[in-house]
Design a binder for this molecule. Structure first.
Ligand code: UDP
Ligand code: MG
Length: 347
């Protein structure tokens, strides 16, 4: 039942702990932890990986911190893994997680985060559309006291009709519904303090909602403009239908955040309103018959009475069913949505 397209975002609320305001200033490197973990999903990016590695090294060397990069090969069918492995054999800071098959960008990101050890976690794309040189800026912003800094592709280099317009619309809707005013949820390049991500599980297209989720959990979230380049090698893995998935995911997280522990409130109240409508239609029907001599079958009211009655009862029963599901769900938190085939430079 659990696949890469499951639409849930869950977290173990207790594990989300944030540094107190005063402690936020500097992000101390843990003795056996690198300062920074870059996390990069890779799916059929053979032409990009070598150049990506060079750009990362060039950018990371200027940071004055220890770093690692966790590359997750999401079941590539091309030579991506072989190329990555070659790099990893020469450079211990390069870690690879290889999936048995393609599980999707969100699952790849989740696996990367699970294997990352850094105090700061920075996801980005493998296709060189993001600029590793922006990392420094993201970290500086984080150190101003934020828990999550989201990149904003202010000058985004993607197709207008199929990418920019749907994305612009989706971003507006998301920002209104979530109450977290970011311009570009979809930008992969973001920076998180480790604590923000601990315990967060990602499904569907949900990686873009992590800042929202973090905000709901009390994290300080901000955004800064970052560079964006057109894809030079390989192809985008997505088209217009991603927008639909994103909107559905949004409904799910809104539901989850407000009603995850009490689904009966949302189903039950809809059910009760339906029963109220049933009672009203029934009363009106009786008044019409005995007050005005209108026969029951001259009006659509009997149909409405039975419809509202059935819908009302059904919704309440569904709410109870959801309550049972929620209990099961909370007790099966430990499942993963991916299977690892092999790891390199990781234990
Ligand atoms: N990606 C992945 N698994 C997938 C699809 C994409 O790991 O099933 C990776 C891909 O290699 C890239 C990132 O996710 O590093 C973003 O993908 P893409 O560039 O195709 O998305 P776009 O930039 O067009 O939104
Ligand atoms: Mg891309």
């Amino acid at each position: 039942m659990t696949t890469g397209s499951d639409l849930t975002l869950a977290t173990d609320a207790q594990t989300l702990t944030f540094a107190p305001e005063g402690n936020r200033k500097s992000i101390a490197a843990h003795p056996d932890r690198p300062g920074i973990s870059l996390v990069i999903p890779v799916y059929n990016e053979e032409e990009n990986v070598e150049l990506l590695y060079q750009k990362i090294v060039a950018a990371a060397e200027t940071l004055n911190r220890t770093w690692e990069v966790v590359l997750v090969d999401d079941g590539s069918q091309d030579k991506s893994f072989e190329k990555l492995e070659k790099i990893a054999l020469k450079d211990q800071r390069v870690k690879i997680v290889r999936f048995v098959r393609n599980f999707g960008q969100t699952a790849a990101l989740a696996a990367g985060i699970d294997h990352a050890k850094g105090s700061i976690i920075i996801p980005m794309d493998a296709d060189l559309q993001n600029d590793p040189a922006d990392i420094n800026m993201l970290i500086e912003k984080l150190e101003e006291g934020y828990d999550c800094v989201s990149g904003w592709r202010k000058n985004r280099k993607d197709g207008l009709v199929l990418r920019l317009i749907p994305s612009w619309t989706a971003n507006k809707i998301i920002s209104v519904i979530s109450g977290v005013p970011l311009h570009d949820y979809g930008c992969s390049l973001k920076a998180y303090r480790r604590e923000v991500l601990e315990g967060v599980r990602l499904y569907g297209e949900m990686h873009r909602f992590v800042p929202i989720y973090a905000h709901w959990m009390g994290a300080k979230v901000t955004e800064i403009p970052v560079n964006h380049f057109a894809r030079q090698f390989g192809q985008s893995k997505y088209g217009i239908n991603r927008t639909i998935k994103v909107v559905l995911d949004l409904i799910t997280i809104k539901f989850m955040s407000s009603y995850l522990t009490k689904p009966i409130y949302i189903f039950g109240s809809a059910g009760l309103w339906s029963l109220v409508a049933c009672a009203a239609a029934f009363t009106w029907m009786v008044v019409l018959k005995y007050g005005y001599g209108t026969s029951f079958i001259e009006t659509p009211l009997p149909v409405m009475v039975s419809m509202f009655f059935m819908v009302g009862i059904q919704l309440i029963l569904m709410g109870l069913l959801a309550e049972i599901l929620v209990r099961t769900y909370h007790e099966s938190q430990d499942k993963r949505v991916y299977t690892v085939k092999k790891t390199v430079n990781l234990d």
